[in-house]
Design a protein around this ligand. Structure first.
Ligand code: NA7
Length: 541
């Protein structure tokens, strides 16, 4: 019998291949086209959106105020797009990114349902060969990985998981059809930003919700509201100053520094200021109260105790309240979740909190979860258990640089990059929104990196350079700088509590800083300085 071999797939050639159609990838496609390059984008999902395509779990919403959670490059777009709420829902951000794809006529250059399997360097030809898991083949001079820093979902490997007979869901790959919790006994793992959004939503319809909490977090009320027409108009009139503020604020938010330290005011004044911040809600509680919360332990403890007292005031059962009070890390050293009716949810009769740090999970069973001291019968399990941060999304792809060197080998002990944009041994391979870029509001950061990449590609064209890659020495220095920055803050104290800032949230994580922690102005300054001074630390050939 003869077997018909499939015809080799036709290889399509581009100047630039972008991987991922989230905020970073779409903006990159616009940038590359604008600079006259042939650019093509491959996206694993069946629509654009990235995070805002996959994370469609109930309650999914940004923690950043809508008017700064968007692109700034087109003043017309800023004027024409209307945000409905203070914090846009997943649906609204997805609608925005879909609008962007249509508005700039990007869809013809985007292939959806295209899961990239391999990105392999052909050094002789100075090209990258990219293949999808269904055998489509591409070749490009530049590859830009816009695959997301918080994209590869992590599910703990509990013994017995495969025995579970009920339904289970991961927040990071939620089904398109709504999940009906009505009359169901639901268990959830994860009380980070995602769990905090999901828990109040599930509690509304489930017969019973059991929350398996390992570490309590400092949850700040978001105080989401519809945006009034007048407020929209005022923001649109002042967009220049919105971005001016955002680009100069540590997290990339349009907020001003408080201009005072917690130790410099009386106890009454401090309480009043914290109360005001709590009422304003969201990150304003952190950034508009006092400026020393991340650097002074005493100042941080004032804020932490203020939140604990709020928990004690909101949650009726004092034992449950104490279980919800974080004590093992300073506030902000793990990413604080922003919630809506989060603590109030624990006053419902159909919600039970289980402290699995005191009563650990023994195994998952056919009918639920067995802890050391209890058995919980459940119909549905939900995992909001975080991500393989930074490196996770690229680890799923077989990326091989010069001499066939796997990226997974270079990153075996954690990410190594220069400025979060390039890796030694991977010429003409850029990262955007990946590990080692700054902590902070993702869209402005993605935009800034995008223009840096666009400028450097132009610079190469002008100087006749064919390749760019960082030197090992420069990459090592960047790694040292990231640690030196952390040493000036309290952030290291979050590591032992499993902060994802260090990839310490997964058992095989790097346990060292995966982000530039000096924030947006410092990071933008590094990019600007690099461009102004001829890209030191990068080799051009
Ligand atoms: P996070 O913030 O990493 O939270 C993950 C949660 O899952 C957190 O409560 C973890 O507890 C919990 N977790 C992780 N592993 C386990 C195991 N093995 N058992 C029990 N519980 C576990 O992820 P999110 O999705 O909430 O948020 C990620 C970012 O997305 C967020 O910061 C925003 O930037 C947007 P732990 O605290 O580790 O004890």
């Amino acid at each position: 019998m003869t077997r018909t071999e499939p015809a080799p797939a036709e290889q399509r050639h581009f100047d630039v291949l972008v991987i991922g159609a989230g905020f970073a990838g779409l903006r990159m496609l616009i940038e590359m086209r604008g600079r006259g390059l042939s650019a093509h984008l491959l996206e694993a999902g069946s629509d654009v959106g990235g995070t805002w395509y996959w994370h469609r779990y109930p309650g999914a919403r940004t923690d950043t105020e809508s008017w700064a959670y968007c692109y700034s490059f087109d003043p017309q777009l800023l004027q024409e797009w209307d945000w409905r709420d203070r914090y846009p829902s997943q649906r609204d951000v997805h609608a925005y990114l879909s609008h962007v794809a249509d508005r700039y006529d990007l869809r013809g250059s985007i292939e959806l349902n295209s899961k990239v399997a391999a990105i392999v360097r052909d050094s002789t030809a100075n090209r990258w060969d990219v293949t999808t898991d269904d055998g489509r083949a591409y070749r490009a001079k530049f590859v830009i990985a816009a695959t997301g820093g918080i994209a590869a979902g992590y599910r703990p490997d509990f013994p017995g998981f495969e025995d579970f007979q009920g339904q289970w869901f991961m927040s990071s790959a939620w089904p398109k059809e709504p999940v009906d919790f009505t009359g169901k006994r639901v268990g959830i793992f994860g009380t980070g930003s995602t769990g905090v959004q999901l828990i109040p939503q599930i509690a509304q319809t489930a017969e019973h919700l059991t929350v398996f909490q390992r570490t309590p977090n400092f949850v700040i009320p978001g105080r989401n509201l519809p945006l009034e027409a007048e407020q929209q108009k005022a923001i649109k009139r002042n967009y220049d100053s919105v971005w001016e503020l955002a680009h100069n604020q540590v997290f990339g938010f349009p907020m001003r520094q408080a201009g005072r330290n917690a130790n410099d005011v009386t106890a009454e004044e401090r309480e009043r200021i914290f109360e005001q911040g709590w009422e304003k809600g969201g990150f304003r509680f952190i950034f508009e109260t006092f400026d020393d919360l991340f650097v002074d332990e005493q100042a941080n403890e004032y804020a932490a105790e203020f939140v604990r007292n709020k928990i004690r005031a909101i949650v009726c059962d004092p034992d449950v309240a104490e279980m919800l009070c974080p004590t093992n890390h300073p506030i902000g050293t793990k990413r604080p979740p922003i919630g809506t009716q989060y603590y109030e949810t624990y006053n419902r009769d159909n919600v039970t909190l289980v402290d699995i740090s005191a009563d650990p999970v023994d195994r998952i069973t056919e009918s639920g979860v067995a802890t050391t001291n209890g058995v919980f019968d459940l119909d549905i399990l939900v995992f909001a258990t975080g991500f393989k941060v930074g490196t996770g999304s690229l680890e799923r792809i077989d990326v091989r640089g010069e001499g066939g060197l796997p990226l997974s080998e270079v990153w075996a002990d954690g990410p190594q990059t220069l400025m979060g944009v390039g890796v030694t041994g991977f010429p003409n391979f850029f990262l955007v929104g990946g590990p080692h870029s700054t902590i902070g509001n993702a869209p402005p950061v993605a935009e800034r990196v995008t223009t840096w990449v666009g400028e450097v590609i132009d610079h190469m064209a002008q100087t006749g350079a064919d390749t760019i890659e960082p030197t090992q020495e420069a990459m090592d220095q960047w790694g040292h700088l990231l640690q030196a920055i952390v040493d000036t803050t309290l952030l290291e104290k979050g590591k032992a509590a499993g902060s994802w800032f260090f990839g310490a949230n997964t058992p095989d994580g790097p346990n060292r800083i995966v982000l530039y922690a000096a924030g947006v102005p410092g990071y933008f300054g590094e990019l600007e300085q690099s461009a102004k001074t001829g890209y030191p630390g990068f080799k051009f050939q």
